[in-house]
Design a binder for this molecule. Structure first.
Ligand code: NAG
Ligand code: NAG
Ligand code: NAG
Ligand code: NAG
Ligand code: NAG
Length: 370
């Protein structure tokens, strides 16, 4: 096959993998401080809960038994690093600050004469929402940035994102068409120093309108208030509350918690799913690292076998091993042919590196579903 074509096909297959990640929330009705809750979630699931959008928020609320609970921790906590981001959750890659901007004292951004300035979020001005059908909608009502955000989310999609020069011109044009050139108009750009426990980029915020208020100066963690539609509140990290973990799992991969030899595992996957997993990339390895956390054996079989005469390791899918994650000393070509009946596994704890083990070991294993 043509070399270039091969790589294009391979990349397409890999890109589709990341879209298969699904998120599930787990409500843990035990009281822990934020740090203990984080540790618990990382040991048992993926991390303390991250919320990407309103759909996630609704799912999360469903997972919590409302009852008489006051507060429930999620993964958002305060750091000392401020970052500009779009209300829609997109990273702010294109920036069009006016000269001398941002001044760095304020947390919300407006456009005037096509350029951006940072000003206090409590100022009131007109704003622009994004709407699926109507495109951009200029709302000529004076609102604070957060109220404008809520208005857009309720009536349209969100405050507008301006992601390139073309979009900047469209927004400027709309402002001119409405005879508001020279006015200050909110766009969806804001900055804060809140960060998710799993380091994800989500800039989705669902604060109660009077929060975060950093009461007492030590409120660096976030709870949802089940009795206030799940809206968020900042509180100190050391209070003990129930919490919500999330589990990101790759619908592509399935961990089978039965203890089988490598050959038995291979037959099992081929009969019940598609195959023992072939880990062609770091992306698949990340999926593997997530699922093996729940394994009951110290290592988990992969579809990795040793073709001794050629002195190489192969995936059961037929490819040679390009991306690899071997533990030191494992997977080397120096291993001699008495190792022919060794197969590849991934450690379920620690660094989650790959190791070679005699094929008669009985381990959990991972099948691929597609
Ligand atoms: C508007 O929202 C839609 C749907 O979320 C999105 O695809 C589009 O990129 C957004 N446009 C702007 C300018 O924010
Ligand atoms: C919150 O602040 C306290 C006191 O400065 C600190 O010990 C703790 O680690 C912080 N927690 C988080 C999650 O940032
Ligand atoms: C598989 O082996 C592990 C470790 O020896 C053990 O804890 C687990 O119960 C076994 N699982 C089954 C289904 O036999
Ligand atoms: C493979 O890696 C494991 C875990 O690090 C190590 O204990 C073992 O000695 C390595 N095998 C070889 C042949 O070096
Ligand atoms: C291969 O390894 C086995 C077991 O470690 C050893 O007994 C044997 O001498 C080695 N053979 C060669 C050719 O190195």
């Amino acid at each position: 096959m043509d070399q270039n074509l091969f790589f294009i096909l391979l990349l397409t297959a890999l890109c589709s993998v990341s879209e298969c990640v699904q998120r599930q929330y787990h409500f843990i009705n035990e009281r822990k401080n934020w740090t203990e809750a984080q540790r618990y979630c990382r040991e048992n699931y993926t991390d303390l809960a991250t919320v990407d959008n309103i759909n996630d928020m609704n799912e999360l609320k469903k997972s919590v038994n409302v009852g008489s609970l006051l507060y429930v921790y999620i993964g958002l906590h305060k750091t000392s690093r401020y970052k500009w981001q779009w209300s829609s959750g997109e990273p702010a890659l294109y920036l069009n600050w006016a000269t001398g901007q941002p001044e760095g004292t304020d947390d919300c951004a407006m456009m005037t004469n096509g350029q951006w300035h940072d000003i206090p979020c409590s100022n009131t001005q007109p704003f622009i929402c994004n709407n699926t059908n109507a495109g951009l909608v200029l709302v000529n009502q004076m609102m604070k940035w957060r109220d404008a955000q809520s208005y857009c989310r309720q009536n349209h999609i969100d405050l507008v994102s301006v992601r390139n020069q073309n979009e900047n011109q469209q927004v400027e044009q709309l402002i001119n068409d409405r005879h508001l050139s020279g006015s200050y108009i909110w766009i969806g750009l804001f900055r804060d120093s809140w960060q998710w426990s799993d380091q994800s980029d989500s800039s989705f915020r669902y604060w109660n309108p009077i929060e975060p208020n950093n009461m007492g100066g030590a409120e660096n963690c976030t709870v949802i208030e089940p009795n206030a539609q799940g809206q968020w509140n900042d509180i100190p990290w050391n209070y003990k509350y129930p919490f919500v973990c999330h589990e990101d799992f790759d619908s592509e991969l399935i961990l089978i918690k039965e203890n089988l030899t490598w050959s038995e595992a291979l037959s099992y996957c081929r009969q019940n799913h598609v195959d023992l997993v072939s880990v062609h990339s770091e992306e698949i390895q990340r999926g593997v690292m997530n699922v093996v956390k729940r394994a009951s054996t110290a290592a988990v079989w992969l579809g990795l076998h040793n073709y001794c005469i050629m002195n190489m390791w192969l995936w059961v899918s037929g490819e040679i091993v390009c991306y690899h994650n071997w533990a030191p000393g494992n997977g080397t070509t120096r291993e001699n042919c008495s190792l022919e009946n060794r197969k590849g596994a991934v450690q379920s704890g620690g660094d989650q590196r790959w190791i070679s083990l005699p094929e008669s070991h009985k381990l959990n294993f991972i099948c691929s579903r597609y």
